[in-house]
Write a protein that binds this ligand. Structure first.
Ligand code: CTP
Ligand code: MG
Length: 234
């Protein structure tokens, strides 16, 4: 059996309001390389991606293209760069619209999860191959979680053993994902929610703390520490 043809859609069109930097989050440097470059380095480490779609802010398409081609190198997957939308869901839709024919499995990945290990991409692809459904990485929740009532008072403690904090890449069979997005109307916060709303099954594989999403200035410091730890000693 030949391996299914995989594409990765990297969404990088957000503004990064919570990070509060002077430029869109994907272009904020972490020790001299942008968040998007760090993210794409991980994506291109994944074997067998036939296409990598970068969804960038409309006013940054050229710089995103140059950067992606530089990180990809000559032998890498086919890179397509498109403009994103006002919401993450619209940005994913823009990426899905340019998938090449023949793609069988689509991974949707947040550029902001810049240090996601290659093993996480491989585990998600393997999961989609094995199950034929959607597959998402999840981490056990460490904190106790409380549900509040409408006044803000604690109503109950949620059973943590049944919760996971969800990351990306999230992987799906192409046909199902396109059909789910074609019928999605609400604003969902992740792709698995769109997929599940269409009645399609989603399962979870182990996530990795390194796949955290750079969201706040504190996360940026954590990102710098990761680069420093991995830098060759001089
Ligand atoms: N994203 C996108 N298009 C949008 C919004 C988000 O492509 N309109 C992408 C971001 O670039 C990011 C991922 O979706 O890689 C996860 O979003 P988030 O971490 O919320 O990034 P931002 O929306 O940029 O940040 P904030 O919510 O703080 O403004
Ligand atoms: Mg956001």
């Amino acid at each position: 059996m030949t391996a299914p043809v995989v594409a990765v859609v990297v969404v990088a069109a957000g503004s990064g309001t919570r990070l509060g930097a002077a430029e869109p989050k994907a272009f904020v440097p972490v020790r001299g390389r942008s968040i998007l470059e760090h993210a794409l380095s991980g994506v291109f480490l994944m074997a067998d991606a036939a296409q990598v779609v970068v969804v960038a802010p409309a006013e940054r398409l050229e710089v995103a293209r140059e950067l992606a081609e530089r990180v990809a190198g000559p032998a890498a997957a086919h890179v397509t760069v498109v403009a994103g939308g006002d919401t993450r869901q619209q940005s994913v839709e823009a990426g899905l619209a340019v998938l090449e024919p023949g793609i069988e499995i689509v991974l949707v990945h947040d550029s902001a999860r810049a240090f996601t290990p290659a093993s996480q991409f491989e585990a998600v692809v393997a999961g989609v191959r094995a199950t034929g459904g959607g597959v998402i990485p999840g981490l056990a929740v460490a904190d106790t979680i409380k549900q509040l009532d409408w006044t803000g008072a604690v109503e109950r403690t949620v059973d943590r053993s049944q919760l996971v904090a969800v990351q990306t890449p999230q992987g799906f069979p192409r046909e199902g994902l396109l059909a789910a997005y074609a019928t999605a109307n609400e604003d969902y916060t992740d792709d698995a929610a769109v997929f599940a709303a269409a009645g399609l099954p989603v399962t979870v594989v182990d996530g990795d703390p390194l796949a955290f999403k750079i969201t706040t200035p504190w996360d940026l410091r954590r990102a710098e520490a990761i680069v420093d730890e991995n830098a060759p000693a001089s």
